[in-house]
Design a protein around this ligand. Structure first.
Ligand SMILES: [Zn+2]
Length: 439
């Protein structure tokens, strides 16, 4: 039965997670060689790319050889989308998935065969097993209202029968009917998994508080946005449940999943090759921070090879205590990856990334949400949604800590009732005016 493909893939993944790393790498190399061969033969973009670079797929035998292939930028994928689709695939069989829009709102459509989705979904299901979330009721708090609809269609088509889900977009919190319906469903079940963006989940918790709705949660799974360690702690304390962080994108699903023992993040080695490179696009050693490049080993219908996703990460060389041979990312300041655009410049020009500002969320009774806007090198605006215990002392302490991070800058505080989610239904913690003309 075609629709049950994921069952076999999941069985396979449950076995291969215990393989030794070198055996997983052999598996990766085998899949890589096939991917390159078919990409060269059937995908116009890669055919030309290889020709121009003067390489043939046969030259690339090992994971090290992969470095010979030029890096894929979002720009190329966006402007030449159709040239990425293999010409030996019946286009009617391709199912599109859409990336979230960038700040300018453009979206990419990534196409896959159902089998490729099944393989990706299986990796998610494997992690749900680690987390004790498998086959429980999932409440999704993520994306835009449009995504919610698209997701419903995609999920119904692909795996609604494996994972029961109720979805709301943070953008729908202000729509009374949709929110009421979601809350009604949320109250119904006992074995609940809350899955979504940390900002959306924390906002939902505020809404539950306002309405005096008390629920138990089995697991919280964070996705699509950076999970700050302060948010993790808040949610853990609040619900007394485990919080796990997962890393995926629409371009390459299910890249890495936090280990059930926490600590490291396991890469889905069977499906994805993760490389970390420096600004000259040369590989860095494990333990060193660099840009993340992704290669999807399953999607031969619209191949994504050495894709620069715009995130920074660290590959870990450590063996995980859980015994899984899967490759792993090591967290940076409590985060699996850093987003390229999530920083504020200090007065001396140093990039201060989001996790450094996480302290603002240390105490939810003081600060419920924040947003830091850099208007110029020296001018910083801080928007704050106050909690009940916020006072002058809190402001002074935030002021001092920001000065110590940012140096000689002017800081203005602005207190607001709410900070709207962006067009993607995500919260933007830090922004610079050079990136957004209309904050
Ligand atoms: Zn582990």
């Amino acid at each position: 039965m075609g629709s049950m493909g994921y069952v076999n893939y999941l069985k396979g993944l449950e076995r291969s997670q215990w393989f030794k790393r070198k055996d997983l790498e052999k598996l990766q190399e085998r899949k890589l060689r096939y991917l390159l061969k078919t990409s060269y033969k059937h995908v116009p973009y890669y055919h030309d790319l290889f020709k121009k670079a003067g390489i043939t797929p046969e030259e690339i035998r090992s994971l090290d050889d992969l470095e010979k292939i030029p890096v894929l930028t979002r720009e190329s994928l966006k402007t030449q989308t159709n040239r990425f689709i293999a010409n030996n695939i019946d286009p009617r069989k391709l199912i599109p998935d859409y990336t979230s829009g960038t700040t300018t709102g453009e979206r990419l459509s990534i196409k896959r065969l159902k089998e490729t989705y099944d393989r990706a979904i299986s990796a998610e299901l494997r992690a749900y097993r680690w987390y004790g979330a498998y086959r429980k009721m999932f409440y999704y708090v993520t994306g835009t209202d449009v995504d919610v609809e698209k997701n419903r269609t995609l999920k119904k088509r692909l795996y609604n029968f494996v994972t029961k889900t109720i979805t709301i977009s943070p953008l729908e919190f202000s729509m009374k009917k949709r929110l009421d319906r979601f809350l009604k469903e949320l109250k119904k079940n006992k074995r609940r998994v809350l899955y979504g963006t940390p900002s959306g989940i924390c906002k939902l918790v505020d809404i539950l508080d306002e309405r005096n709705i008390d629920i138990n949660l089995d697991v919280i799974i964070s996705t699509d946005e950076p999970l700050l360690k302060e948010q993790r702690k808040y949610l853990e304390d609040r619900y007394g449940c485990e919080v796990y962080d997962i890393y995926g994108t629409s371009e390459v699903w299910g890249i890495a999943f936090e280990c059930s023992l926490h600590g490291l993040y396991h890469i889905t080695s069977e499906n994805v090759i993760v490389e970390v490179v420096n600004e000259n696009l040369e590989r860095v050693s494990p333990g060193e921070r660099g840009r993340i490049l992704l290669t999807d080993l399953n999607n031969t219908e619209m191949p994504i090879i050495r894709y620069d996703i715009g995130d920074f990460g660290i590959i870990s060389d450590d063996e995980c205590e859980c015994g899984r041979g899967l490759h792993a990312l090591r967290p940076i300041d409590g985060q699996m990856v850093l987003r390229e655009t999530n920083y504020i410049l200090s007065s001396s020009g140093k990039k201060i990334f989001l996790p450094e500002f996480g302290f603002l969320l240390e105490d939810h009774s003081k600060v419920k949400q924040f947003q830091i806007l850099q208007r110029s090198r020296k001018k910083i605006l801080v928007r704050i949604v106050k909690g009940r215990d916020y006072d002058k002392k809190t402001e002074e302490s935030i002021f001092r800590r920001l000065l110590s991070l940012l140096g000689d800058v002017e800081i203005e505080f602005r207190y607001v009732k709410d900070i709207p989610f962006d067009k993607n239904g995500e919260h933007r913690y830090v922004m610079r005016t050079e990136f957004t003309r209309s904050p």
